[in-house]
Design a protein around this ligand. Sequence first.
Ligand code: EPU
Length: 439
Amino acid sequence: MSAEDVLVVSGGNPLVGEITVRGAKNLVPKAMVAAVLGDDPSTLSNVPRIRDVEIVRNLLELHGVTVRDGLSSDSLVLDPTRVERAAVADIEVHAGASRIPILLCGPLLHRLGRAFIPDLGGCRIGDRPINFHLDALRQFGAVVEKRPEGLLLSAPQGLSGTRISLPYPSVGTTEQVLLTAVRASGATELLNAAVEPEIIDLICVLQKMGAIINLDTDRTIRIEGVSRLSGYVHDALPDRMEAASWACAALATGGDVFVRNARQTDLMTFLNVFRRVGGEFSVTRDGIRFWHPGSKLASIALETDVHPGFMTDWQQPLVVALTQSTGLSIVHETVYENRLGFTSALVDLGAQIQAYSECLGPTPCRFGRGNFVHSAVISGPSPLHGADLTVPDLRGGFSYMIAALAASGRSTVRGVGIFRRGYENFEAKLESLGASVSG
Ligand code: EPU
């Protein structure tokens, strides 16, 4: 771990001020992948300078896509007209760095008839298998060969539309199907699809390119394959995970933060919960202001779920704020089997949290019988004190940062480099909110 990966936080002060969120980490790299499907260049704006964008940019460049900065400082122009095969050794360098490369399967198969995908990375928040992705690709007619260094895919007969029913509304697999079906021959019907705002934004990108995609109210997406797609011009939707992280930081520290660009429509479920806990917010055209009202915070019972439920990425920052609520809060994580590990570090800071493998919520989930620790009871309010912390993953890690800011005294937070995957300029933003952090 390099020295710049360690931050010393002097906590106990409210975060006050304004920060800006830009395009969503969970949309921008996927829209970059979509550009590969077009016959002409695409322009994507509101692109955050984060590591996941850099990784995908490098991967696309290895495949002959020209990526250059656009006219505005936050835009990229992606020219896929000379897409070509990349050397396996070059792609392998990216193994373990991100989960996005799996989404290149469909676009590369359409363009080149072959795709090599390195071993995937992403946050360690459970097994994170890719079985749904591979099953779907096989249904389109892809042949998948598992090699020690990654996956080799081919489509000897081309890719044809199909009917896919997902065992669970997986975000990544829904995107995989969209990016494959739009140029497959014939129609595709996807049942039990995920409908997160980032997926709707990806559908908007694909529609701009010429795709025909119908979204029904029952999680069914119907795609009519077309033989040609053009480039797009698109402004990425803002990052609702980052917005919620700063909202929770405001609440946990007793602060007041205006999140420029945060959008009410994408945060509706979060805002309801924020209000039930006792947080205040006001929505304006330019963003949302979140603040602690100065009175006691309430405890709540909460389940994470796929959209339009309370999203799993909001859970960890909210749990930090719940350590300051009066009474017992209950959290049932139903999306990932291993997303509560971070609570042990909050206990080191003085929080009272007990984790359970039972489903502590009304919805029976996939993890109840598997002995996965996926529910937590948080008892509050607990005064937090400084501690020595090592970041486990992106959202859990950012929650450590929020907890360290809420805690009195000094904390050392190690491994903050991972925040660069999804939080643009986080150090500058912390400073602008009056946080006392030093490298
Ligand atoms: N799953 C399978 N098999 C598969 C795919 C998924 O069993 O082939 C399971 C997963 O193990 C998990 C559940 O299905 O239990 C949901 O996974 P999903 O596919 O929806 O997640 P993802 O596409 O890998 C994206 C985001 C995550 C976010 C989830 C849920 C990106 C790059 N990642 O992951 O974001 O938590 O959707 O909304 O878009 C983050 O931003 O820190 C992050 C982890």
